[in-house]
Ligand binder design. Structure first.
Ligand code: NAP
Length: 224
């Protein structure tokens, strides 16, 4: 009897420990950049690099001697324009633009950007769209150069209603306490990231500027 109890306890514990060790062993290569190519002389512009994925990306690039520029408020076109002026005064070219910054705000808070756009639409997509257009001549000067747009697998849940881009209907539903599990503002903005990547990649085909989007998967950051 004692030995069967031992088996009931020991087997699940051994399986859990074995799975934990396997996960630890596999995690050696997770979330780590494995290349050491020197990036001296390359200029990277990363939005949202003071925390989370952007910060880790900036750290990895600085280790490899890249120059990084980061500060702006994507919720204000004026701030974006001022930032671009500063960038143009300091940098002759940009090799890689990483459109990484993002917000998740409960829809019931009904937050807007300075120009009155729904906060996810305005920060996650429109701000980056505007920034990218304003920096295009610096990216062209650096060819072969690259634009990376950080989207999310939640883009698959986006459903864009072009008659209601500011999500008035969804915001009213959220205010009445009937919000669903996924934030439609965030999901739509991440779908817009993907549409933007596709349209821009087509437009810039053959120009020497690559355009890619990535979905980083779930990461423990300040976002959620
Ligand atoms: N974490 C995940 O699981 C996950 C999964 C899929 C995709 N993503 C995407 O990954 C990207 C990075 O997110 P994260 O997880 O690293 O989150 P995070 O730690 O919250 O970082 C978001 C960054 O965006 C910046 N930001 C927010 N509003 C801004 C604004 N108006 N203007 C300029 N910068 C602004 C933040 O700056 P402040 O701190 O100053 O506000 C912060 O540096 C986002 O695009 C997100 O959609 C994340």
């Amino acid at each position: 009897m004692v030995s069967s109890h031992v088996i009931y306890v020991a087997v699940p514990i051994s399986v859990i420990v074995a799975l934990g060790l396997l996960r630890k062993w596999r995690s050696r290569s997770w979330a780590k950049c494995v290349t050491n190519t020197c990036l001296r002389g390359k200029t990277f512009l990363i939005t949202g690099a003071n925390s989370g994925i952007g910060l880790e990306t900036a750290r990895a690039l600085v280790k490899r001697k890249a120059r990084i520029s980061i500060e702006l408020d994507l919720a204000s076109f004026e701030s974006i324009e001022k930032f671009v002026e500063v960038v143009k005064a300091g940098f002759h070219k940009i090799d890689v633009l990483i459109n990484n910054a993002g917000v998740v705000v409960p829809l019931k808070e009904d937050q807007k950007t300075n120009e009155g756009f729904e906060i996810h639409l305005g920060v996650n997509h429109l701000g980056h769209f505007y920034l990218t257009q304003l920096l295009m001549d610096l990216l062209k000067r650096a060819t072969p150069s690259r634009i990376v747009i950080v989207s999310s697998t939640l883009h698959e849940r986006g459903k864009i209603n072009f008659e209601d881009l500011n999500l008035r209907a969804e915001i009213e539903v959220a205010k009445s306490g009937k919000a669903g599990r996924h934030n439609p503002g965030y999901c739509n903005s991440k779908l817009m990231n993907v549409y933007f990547m596709r349209a821009l990649a087509d437009q810039l085909r053959g120009s020497g500027i690559d355009v890619n989007a990535c979905c980083p998967g779930f990461c423990y950051t300040n976002l959620f």
